[in-house]
Design a protein around this ligand. Sequence first.
Ligand code: C5P
Length: 303
Amino acid sequence: MGRARRRARRAHGPLRGANVTRAVTLLAPAKINLALAVARKRADGFHELRSVFATIDLADRVRVAPYRRLEVRMAPDVGAPPGDDLASRAVRAMARATAREPAAFVHIRKRIPIAAGLGGGSSDAGAVLRALASIWQRPDVDLVAVAATVGSDVPFFVSGARVAFVSGRGEHVDPLPGPSQTHLVIVRLAARLATQDVFATLESEDRRAAGAVDALRDAFARGTVTSQLLRDNARNDLLGPAERLCPAVADARTRAAECGINLSLSGSGPTLFAIADDRRDALRIVRRLRRIGLAARAHTMGG
Ligand code: C5P
């Protein structure tokens, strides 16, 4: 480097760092609910829940840049009414929290299927909040509190935890030590389920997963998680409602069970998952499920 350029860099370096805000690109991972228990319905219409969330190796790419107005583009387009998607809501929530104009350009490369129970929209929103905190230079903002105003799953994503015990409506996030790399299989169904409809269909006899959630949380906290323990406790109170609303969920689970594979529901579905012992086991499960016509793929969490 020439002396003149070195001098120029010295002169401009600190200035640029302080004043020029650049685009930020983040990966927004999908989640699964390893176990999920729903308790009472609150006065505000939301349910108290307890769940162990874990991110997996499937992610959207979210790029946020300074811009003169709010514009959100998704590829491929998810067909949400303009301005009503969770990323737009995240920009507006962060603008409210920092008393700024809701102006930003957000580009999302979607890989996580939508309305699938994998938290794709919520993860995008979490990434937008983190990016704006950086671009607007507001490290002081309580992002978990802002996230809770955007959606129930957003606090988990904005926390940056890979595994967490999540409670309340979703706003209490206690990070847990991650497991070593764990292999699992994700089964995508063509159907879409609206979270609101699944919660509305819940009956009191569906509520059975509380013990499994506690067992999982304690095992993560103690570092005693095994694949078998994950399988034994992969319970979800929203399974009954999802099966009643979406017969494809019950059908896929019945057919998988006939090949000896237990499929669990993630979130409010319809995505299903199976915990494998290792990568070879995951690939074996994928082959078997594909043979019976299910869209199965091997993934990992933790590690
Ligand atoms: O918070 P979010 O917009 O993701 O919630 C979608 C819907 O799911 C809510 O309108 C509500 O009907 C239901 N829900 C609930 N209890 C929760 C989370 C979501 O009843 N803890």
